[in-house]
Design a protein around this ligand. Structure first.
Ligand SMILES: *Cc1c(COP(=O)(O)O)cnc(C)c1O
Length: 432
């Protein structure tokens, strides 16, 4: 069956991750349980950082988009591997700073950053604030004036690229809440305005065209469109910006059908296209920033659940109920996200049914996956949903007052808790 990196099956027929038997992890820490393989995270970061150096020695940075999976240890790991990080709220910024992440390697994103959060970012000395729109630009310049400092910014532009992905997670085309539209001149007008502000140092532009994209073409196209824009700006205003962020969005394998390219291939293609374009425009090659989130965190994670019961409705379907659901992983309920589900405690048993994995929340739509081929499962058996390292823990909720599960990190057969599971006291902490 399809297994993500770091997973294997041991002699007992149990699924292992990072050399740890998942049934032993479940026994030690309880379920539901998020498990992340530290080596897989580090390997992905290393490969991005390495291929940036190899294919784009002109200068660039990998900024881990931390909204994919955000807690102290993730920032420590990203920092150790030489990456920068994207933060998209004061909460993410606070977490990064508490982890000791170097502030000058942080990029502060978001389409509506309140003045208080902009102030916090400037006071912390974040590397770049990625300004989304004019009202935000005005807010930022006012805050910088008050603080008597200069804000280093990138402007987020919308290049109008349809990245052929799910519409819920498609953010680069014209109809988008994000960024300044290039087509109608909004982006150029904002550049002129920012360039004239003395509290603002305009360093470059940013775009993010979507998520879970497999083709290299949209990334290449975006890089070319952005460089064209930089060149236009130089012609029209004399300003030659030196930085360009191409966002994230690299696809990962959730199932056997997904076939992502090695990241070095994207890097080679994008850098090739940029070099050609820069030469044609006689524009100096910019410093580039890539912001992978999902592709760093998702493949490293699995979520373990204990089966509570099996309900077979003859001729209709078989429900397998587990002890988690949309509270710890809302992605199937939100947009029918596909996952591979493994019978972690019976990996060698033959397939015996097509099942729907039902969560325990009070919503009929609370499912984790449908049409899953599994062996006969019993109460007490262990299921693993694969590739849940991104947009699971970070999108989790306390719906039905379910405490968030712990996050355990594994490496070379050892495991440690990196986020404690919530207690009932945590649930009522802010209640009065
Ligand atoms: C979400 C996001 C990313 C990361 O996207 P992935 O698909 O997780 O790689 C990068 N940059 C910005 C601005 C984002 O909003």
């Amino acid at each position: 069956m399809f297994l993500t990196q770091g997973l294997a099956v041991n002699e007992k027929g149990h699924l292992t991750i990072g050399g740890c038997d998942t049934t032993e992890l479940a026994a030690a820490y309880g379920t539901p349980l998020y498990v992340m393989d530290e080596q897989v995270i580090r390997d992905a970061l290393k490969e991005y950082v390495r291929s940036m150096k190899e294919f784009y020695p002109q200068g660039g940075r990998i900024a881990y988009a931390s909204k994919a999976c955000c807690f102290l240890e993730m920032y420590r790991i990203a920092g150790e591997e030489g990456a920068g990080a994207d933060v998209a709220s004061a909460g993410e910024l606070y977490t990064a700073l508490q982890a000791g992440f170097p502030a000058d390697r942080l990029y502060f994103h978001g389409n509506n950053k309140p003045a208080g959060e902009l102030r916090m970012a400037l006071e912390a000395g974040v590397g770049r604030i990625v300004v989304d729109n004019l009202p935000e630009l005005h807010r930022l310049s006012a805050v910088a004036r008050e603080l008597g400092c200069t804000a280093d910014i990138l402007l987020r532009v919308t290049p109008g690229i349809d990245a052929h992905t799910h519409s819920f997670i498609r953010t680069g085309q014209i109809d988008s809440k994000f960024g300044l539209t290039m087509e109608n001149g909004d982006a150029l007008a904002a550049v002129r305005e920012a360039a004239a502000m003395k509290e603002i140092s305009l360093r470059g532009i940013h775009c993010h065209i979507g998520s879970q994209i497999f083709d290299a073409e949209p990334f290449i196209h975006a890089a070319e469109v952005l460089l064209d824009f930089l060149s236009d700006v130089r012609t029209q205003t004399g300003l030659a910006m030196k930085e360009m962020s191409l966002g994230g969005g690299f696809g990962i394998a959730y199932t056997a059908e997904d076939q992502p390219r090695p990241y070095s291939e994207y890097m080679a293609m994008v850098s090739g296209a940029l070099k050609k374009k820069a030469e044609a425009l006689d524009y100096p090659l910019p410093f580039i920033i890539l912001e992978p989130g999902r592709s760093i965190a998702a493949p490293a994670g699995i979520t373990l659940y204990t089966v509570g019961g099996v309900k077979n409705i003859p001729g209709v379907r078989t429900y397998i109920s587990v002890d988690g659901g949309m509270a710890d992983n809302p992605r199937y309920a939100l947009y029918q996200a596909e996952y591979t589900v493994a019978a972690a405690s019976r990996m060698n048993d033959p397939v015996a049914c097509q099942a729907t994995i039902a969560g325990r929340c009070c919503e009929s739509g609370d499912m984790l996956q449908e049409n899953v081929s599994l062996p006969d499962m019993d109460s007490g058996d262990l299921l693993a949903v694969l590739a849940t390292g991104a947009y699971n823990y970070s999108m989790s909720s306390n719906y039905n007052r379910l405490p968030r599960p712990a996050v355990v990190m594994v490496k070379n057969g050892e495991s440690r808790v990196v986020v404690r599971g919530e207690t009932y006291d945590d649930l009522i902490r802010n209640d009065i």
